[in-house]
Design a protein around this ligand. Structure first.
Ligand code: ATP
Length: 496
């Protein structure tokens, strides 16, 4: 049995008054409700009106408020029934609707016979007055073998040959995290151009999937071009990632050997020194999609909405896994944990959800959390066992600066590189971040082009250095403070 159906049966049996199913797949969810109702009849309200399937009575255009009033006043019509509400999340901010739902929920709690309300919606809205009556369930994503079944069904329906096992594996990986409906649409789209589904359709499918995930508003799927060779220095961190990559790519053998599933890494430190670059390069190295979690977007305005969004994001990441889940600016997400304001209550609960997940995580969603200011971070997060490792990224040393110059000149003016004195540039940029160095290279290339030079020289870059204020100049005091915190807490240095 499906786990949603299983939970529905348990929640209904236990007399939970309002069960909220958070899903985009409405019709599939309604089917689960029907089968979990174990013979009880369904009544359904949607924008098109009210329908009682037991008596086949249909009241087109009946407003939700009238439906609820009718059920409150007529206990008999609720006997051994399940009321399914679809299209209703926007009505949940209406005080009349919430008051009526509360009244009906109270009646259920006080013994209204064998009756439950099930709300099916892609958006979780929990009005405070209904919080204690509502329980949220979410629909499971399709497993890889279920996706393969959908693809096979599609091929049969379209009367085309089934795909080779190898391509089916590849395609089903690319379709992970999508609903059955979305998968059907994608396959139909792939089929229309040339009447076949082939590996040449994969790019289009991935592009469409990125858009769908962005639209869901909780995660973003990012295309990655950068790999470890785009990172100058940070050798300790790169070596560590390479080791995890080996485990990640050979997880079955590694687990058999006794190796733990990699959880993730926290990379903290100076702005513009390659933290995000490492998150991207990790995804490339592991050869998996990169998902970015934007904490600002997770925060909802209703009680419980932020946690529901967090759970949704985690579930989606797990459905897409193996993947890298990049949580940017982690300190901003959890600043205020444990404080006394209402807002900090939300972050504290959100933090709890995240921490429990991180602790118990068994999926191949490898977390790369990045943070600028570790002083603001709750100490629980920094305890051993949460992340596999915590790295500190400082300002690049001379050899690292040399390499960063080389990478950015190579990228823009490869032919000029051999004539450039990288040692001189590195000597002149003590206290500059990787982003500062990239900025210097960009400025000198732009200037050389503007004045019509055929190639850029060491002097051009030195001139650009003179015109750039380094990170250490701009952040003199806070850098010292930050360095002390990292040293005191004995985090691993990302550089050798
Ligand atoms: P922030 O905390 O401000 O987000 P960050 O540490 O995540 O900063 P990145 O976004 O990784 O910094 O780096 C900014 C830019 O600087 C990158 O696009 C990259 O081109 C350049 N850069 C930074 N560090 C390095 C490095 N070690 N090697 C090569 N390029 C670097």
């Amino acid at each position: 049995m499906n786990t949603l159906e299983d939970s529905l049966i348990r929640f209904m049996d236990a007399g939970f008054p309002i069960i909220y199913i958070d899903t985009f797949e409405e019709s599939k969810a309604v089917k689960y409700v029907q089968s979990a109702a174990c013979g009880r009849e369904i009544m359904e309200w949607s924008v098109t009106g009210f329908c009682d399937y037991a008596t086949n009575s249909v009241c087109p255009d009946w407003p939700l408020a009238d439906t609820l009033r009718f059920l409150i006043s007529d206990a008999k019509s609720c006997h051994r029934r399940v009321l399914v509400l679809t299209d209703c999340h926007s009505y949940l901010s209406d005080p009349t609707i919430t008051a009526l739902l509360k009244l009906l929920a109270q009646k259920i709690v006080n013994g209204l016979d064998d009756f439950n309300i099930v709300i099916v919606s892609p958006v979780v809205v929990i009005p405070p007055e209904l919080e204690k009556f509502m329980s949220i369930l979410s629909m499971d994503y399709l497993s890889q073998s279920e996706i393969q079944q959908v693809v096979n069904d599609f091929c049969d329906e379209q009367e085309i040959d089934r795909l080779s096992p190898q391509f089916l594996d590849e395609l089903s990986m690319a379709l992970k995290g999508l609903t059955e409906f979305e998968i059907f649409n994608m396959l139909a789209m792939a089929l229309t151009d040339d009447g076949e589904i082939t590996s040449s359709d994969l790019d289009l499918i991935i592009e469409q999937k990125q858009q769908l995930i962005r639209k869901s508003g909780i995660l973003e799927m990012i295309s990655v071009k950068e790999d470890l060779s785009n990172i100058g220095g940070l050798e300790n961190l790169k070596k560590w990632l390479q080791r995890k990559g080996k485990i990640f790519k050979n997880i079955v053998q590694a687990e058999k050997y006794g190796v733990d599933i990699p959880k993730g890494v926290l990379i903290a430190g100076m702005p513009g020194c390659g933290k995000s670059l490492n998150a991207k390069a990790a995804a490339k190295l592991f050869n998996v999609p990169l998902l970015r979690m934007d904490m600002g977007r997770l925060m909802g305005k209703y009680v419980g909405e932020s946690e529901a969004n967090m759970r949704k994001a985690i579930k989606l990441a797990e459905a897409i896994s193996p993947c890298v889940l990049w949580i940017d600016e982690l300190e901003k997400a959890f600043a205020g944990v444990g404080g006394s304001s209402g807002a900090s209550d939300v972050t504290t609960r959100l933090f709890g959800t995240f921490l429990t997940w991180l602790q118990e995580k068994e999926s191949l969603a490898f977390v790369v959390a990045t943070a600028n200011d570790i002083a603001k971070m709750p100490p629980e997060l920094l305890r051993k066992g949460r992340f596999d490792e915590i790295f500190y990224v400082g300002l690049p040393k001379k050899q690292e600066r040399k390499k960063i110059f080389e990478i950015h000149i190579q990228k823009r003016r490869p032919k000029d590189l051999s004539d450039i004195n990288l040692d001189e540039l590195a000597n002149k940029t003590d206290g500059y971040s990787g982003a500062d160095i990239e900025g210097v290279v960009k400025d000198s290339v732009e200037e050389a082009f503007a004045i019509g030079k055929k190639q850029i020289s060491t002097k051009d870059i030195c001139d650009a250095i003179k015109n750039t204020h380094s990170l250490s100049e701009i952040m003199k005091d806070s850098l010292k403070e930050m360095n002390k915190i990292y040293e005191d807490r004995k985090f691993k240095n990302a550089s050798e």
